[in-house]
Design a protein around this ligand. Structure first.
Ligand code: CA
Length: 667
């Protein structure tokens, strides 16, 4: 089944890749290729010499080209590399070569392949065409040695905020100087035109714990030499996996700058108590035959169809082959590099089901050696058929086989907003409140875990729990794909007025932020953003994608509600239990009127100062009476308003829950 992300990307990449050649990849006897995992592939720089190694077992010879510019200049030197052990090639350049650039030409099967900076480079010139010789130590900002990633006790304590660099800062009214850059997230004290906090101060005020940044490695769709054109792209078109994207730096020509500025961003977010999660797209590359993978070891990094063509589970023209040892090694080493060198706090794997389970377990195990604070999750689906057997895929249905790696729950997402493939159809939050929606919400409430009170046969796309524990699921109602929440609601609930549509938005996020599991919100939803109804905005102009910061004033009610919901979640462990046993024992559903989901939480059992909590989710557009057990209750959420600090007292008995709203009470 195709997923929204895939559809978006298919449309996007086909346009971008019109120049791509579609020759058959070379199908070699890949199993016979020796593997090399010593850890010194790429550049080893010292003042006395630069040693460069490449793994290219199918090459007959390899030429190394040296340049003094990152692009558009003739080679100043070229060297034949020496054959080393296990399919490697080596060249040693004497003297201090800092500031120079290099590429490889691989000769194989009687032809010379086009130049490539290789796959192990960590620094590049403009547009990622040539690898750069740098000293990584030069890229560390002041105080970097004291920078630490965010500590995490349980992954369910995390609140994720998914953001694109340009969306967040590009507006005139963002108050941010470094618009669309890594440095935007280093600016303190920025204000909207109306004087409210923006930028990093806004994130602190909102209370999220982790920023998930859309692809920030070097991608291919933006011309870094002409950033003045102001082009926009999400960046799901990987070029150099271990280098930050030049378009987000203030100088894409000087290789150290993008690395330093990304580290400055991480450092500033860490100082603000916020972790940084990278969106990683190892499942495909921007181009096929012309990719750095293909120009180094033709065919090896990709899966093939029986006819020998590129298989296409990504919907983007190719899919990588993580089951092959050097591809798995590459993915694992790449995330380790980002975690160590950039102090990254988490990784979100795009189309994760394209990767095999063994690879995701290896990623988790190797990252654990660096820090168990690092969170890993991904899309548990793919965008087309794959030669990889179903039982090997890191799909959500196999979720229990790769523990402590979370998957996105499209079940709760579409239960709340409506099925993605039926554009005009709504979900629980917009008043479509059938059994299917109700059980999908309950499935989300228990964090996709095994719970005796959920009827899994009625859940949207799953017939069983896929999380071993609630730390293994991402609950969300919107992300960069498809309509943002406000636009989706406007589409499926045209008949509702503006005020009621806003209540639908608040109800949907109430479910996300009170459910067990790891909540995830899309940047700008807290400001009631709109993308003007456009579903797939991967290359739309800033006018469509940017956050209009004036919304923080005009829709301050939405912002305040989101902020208070997050504050409640972070203050109360009952909403973020870490184990399936805790959820099964302490969360119970209550018989309730049609179109509602009602459950209680035993806060006392998990150390919450709210010893008993009741949550009523009313998807009906009209109000309903719900019976609260007798005794004094404190109402902290009702009629689409949060009231954490001055809860209203209620003596129990019949309680009128307004249409399209939640009731949250404790005692
Ligand atoms: Ca780029």
């Amino acid at each position: 089944m195709k997923k929204p992300f895939a559809l978006a990307l298919v449309a996007g990449i086909l346009t971008i890749m019109s120049c791509n050649t579609q020759n058959n990849p070379t199908v070699g006897d890949f199993a016979s290729y020796p593997t090399y995992t010593k850890g010194d592939l790429g550049l080893t720089y010292t003042l006395k010499a630069s040693t460069i190694k490449l793994w290219a077992p199918s090459a007959d010879s390899v030429r190394l080209n040296i340049y003094d510019q990152g692009a558009d200049s003739p080679a100043i030197e070229s060297v034949q590399m020496e054959r080393g052990p296990k399919g490697t090639w080596k060249a040693t350049l004497k003297g201090d070569r800092k500031g120079q650039f290099y590429t490889f030409n691989v000769f194989t099967e009687g032809r010379m392949l086009a130049e490539t900076p290789g796959v192990w480079n960590k620094a590049v010139g403009v547009n990622g065409l040539r690898a750069a010789i740098i000293d990584l130590a030069d890229t560390n900002p002041e105080g970097w040695e004291n920078d630490q990633r965010r500590e995490v006790e349980n992954y369910t304590d995390i609140v994720i905020y998914e953001m694109h660099h340009r969306d967040f800062s590009i507006s005139e009214n963002s108050g941010i100087t470094n618009k669309g850059k890594f440095l935007a997230l280093t600016e303190q004290g920025t204000r909207t035109t109306e004087g409210l906090a923006s930028g990093i101060d806004h994130l602190k005020e909102l209370g999220i714990t982790h920023v998930h940044i859309l692809p920030s490695y070097d991608y291919g769709s933006i011309d870094e030499a002409h950033l003045e054109q102001g082009n926009y792209n999400w960046g799901y078109d990987p070029k150099n996996y271990n280098v930050p994207e030049g378009g987000y730096s203030t100088d894409p020509f000087t290789p150290e700058v993008r690395i330093r500025e990304m580290k400055q961003m991480v450092q500033a977010l860490h100082k603000a108590g916020i972790g940084v999660i990278m969106d990683v797209v190892y499942n495909h590359t921007f181009v096929n035959d012309g990719s750095n993978f293909s120009l180094t070891v033709p065919g090896y990094y990709y899966r093939q169809t029986e006819e020998g063509d590129y298989s296409n589970a990504s919907g983007c023209g190719n899919e990588t082959a993580s089951e092959r040892p050097m591809v798995r090694h590459y993915i694992v080493e790449s995330v380790k590099y980002w975690a160590r060198e950039f102090h990254i706090d988490g990784f979100r794997f795009d189309l994760m089901a394209i990767h095999d389970i063994e690879t995701m377990n290896a990623v988790r195990a190797e990252l654990d050696k660096i820090s168990t604070d690092i969170f890993v999750y991904g899309e548990g689906w793919m965008a087309g058929g794959s030669p990889l057997a179903g039982e090997l895929q890191a799909s959500k249905h196999n979720g229990k086989l790769f523990p402590r790696v979370a998957v996105f729950s499209d079940d709760i997402r579409d239960g709340l907003r409506g099925e993605w493939m039926n554009a005009g159809e709504g979900g629980f939050a917009t008043g479509k409140v059938g059994e299917r929606q109700k059980e999908s919400i309950k499935f989300g409430v228990v964090g996709a875990t095994e719970h005796p009170e959920v009827d899994y046969s009625k859940v949207n796309y799953s017939s069983a729990a896929y999380a071993n524990d609630p730390v293994e699921v991402i609950n969300y109602v919107s992300c960069h794909d498809d309509e943002c929440l406000r636009d989706k609601i406007a589409t499926v609930a045209k008949d509702a007025g503006a005020e009621q549509q806003k209540r639908m938005d608040l109800l949907a996020q109430t479910v996300v932020l009170t459910s067990q599991g790891v909540p995830f919100i899309f940047c700008g939803e807290e400001l009631y953003r709109t993308k003007q109804g456009i579903r797939n905005t991967y290359n739309q102009p800033d006018e469509i994608n940017r956050i209009d910061w004036s919304h923080k004033s005009t829709h301050n009610d939405v912002f305040t509600y989101y902020r208070e919901l997050i504050r409640m979640r972070r203050s109360h462990p009952a909403f973020r239990m870490a184990t399936t046993e805790q959820v099964a024992e302490n969360l119970h559903f209550v018989e309730s009127p049609e179109g509602t989901v009602v459950y209680t939480l035993n806060g006392a059992a998990v150390g919450d100062e709210w010893s008993e909590i009741i949550v009523v989710l009313n998807g009906n557009r009209g109000g309903v009476n719900v019976a609260l057990p007798a005794g004094e209750w404190n109402i902290v959420c009702e009629d689409a308003k949060m009231n954490l600090d001055a809860p209203r007292a209620f003596a129990g008995g019949k309680f009128w829950v307004h249409g399209t709203s939640a009731l949250i009470a404790y005692r």
